[in-house]
Design a protein around this ligand. Structure first.
Ligand SMILES: [Zn+2]
Length: 216
């Protein structure tokens, strides 16, 4: 993968400028500067549940934009769009994901895999709770783009946690997420509910700040 990156950089096809990350003439993923600036606009401090909720919201928007620009050749099934996202996430070295299940009709998906940020985190110091709010947001943005409805994500387990080999993200509307987790990982229901409530609270606050409406 790095050889491929190096070739693109050498040929001038891939560029990282102050304005962001470009692949050819297209923005590939994350205008880094903008991304960080948006986070700073939304947060007065780093860390904590509010910070993670806004990280999710910003990433969800990025996921929507990513699908708008790159999408999939065949947009008839949600799985095709998620496959496209998985390829981008893999190409950029963000992580390696796979679809466990996806339902186009309800706009629901479960993905598993590993996140490089979470693996780095575990190597430094394992986390008590899941950390991949960016990946969760990107998947939720992809689902939102497909359904044209707001989607959420709850990570039920994360490689950043001790003894966990794979992350799992449950994505869709709030009820579908909680029902799935009730059956598949009942001990995680409360944490998932709290995560979604934190995101909703952040959405409400951001939504009331007119200049930031474009973000959510
Ligand atoms: Zn994770």
């Amino acid at each position: 993968m790095f050889d491929l990156f190096k070739r693109y950089v050498d040929e001038g096809y891939m560029k990282l400028s102050d304005e962001g990350f470009w692949f050819g003439k297209e923005r590939m993923i994350f205008y880094y500067t903008t991304f960080n600036a948006r986070e700073l606009m939304l947060n007065s401090k780093f860390g904590g549940s509010r910070y993670l909720a806004t990280k999710f919201i910003v990433s969800r928007k990025e996921g929507q934009l990513l699908m708008q620009q790159h999408g999939a050749q065949d947009m008839s099934a949600l799985a095709n769009l998620i496959d496209s996202l998985i390829k981008i996430i893999n190409l950029l070295g963000i992580g390696k994901l796979r679809i466990v299940e996806s339902d186009s009709k309800s706009g629901f998906a479960v993905l598993s895999g590993t996140s490089n940020a979470a693996l780095e985190r575990k190597a430094e110091s394992p986390s008590d709770a899941p950390v991949d709010f960016v990946i969760g947001g990107l998947i939720a943005g992809t689902v939102s783009y497909y359904t044209k409805r707001k989607a959420y994500a709850a990570e039920t387990k994360c490689v950043a946690q001790n003894g966990v080999e794979e992350c799992t993200w449950v994505v869709g509307n709030k009820d579908d997420i909680l029902n799935y987790i009730k059956d598949s990982a009942p001990g995680k229901t409360e944490a998932a509910q709290k995560t979604i409530e934190d995101i909703e609270a952040a959405e409400n606050e951001i939504g009331s700040r007119q200049s930031l409406n474009g973000i959510i």
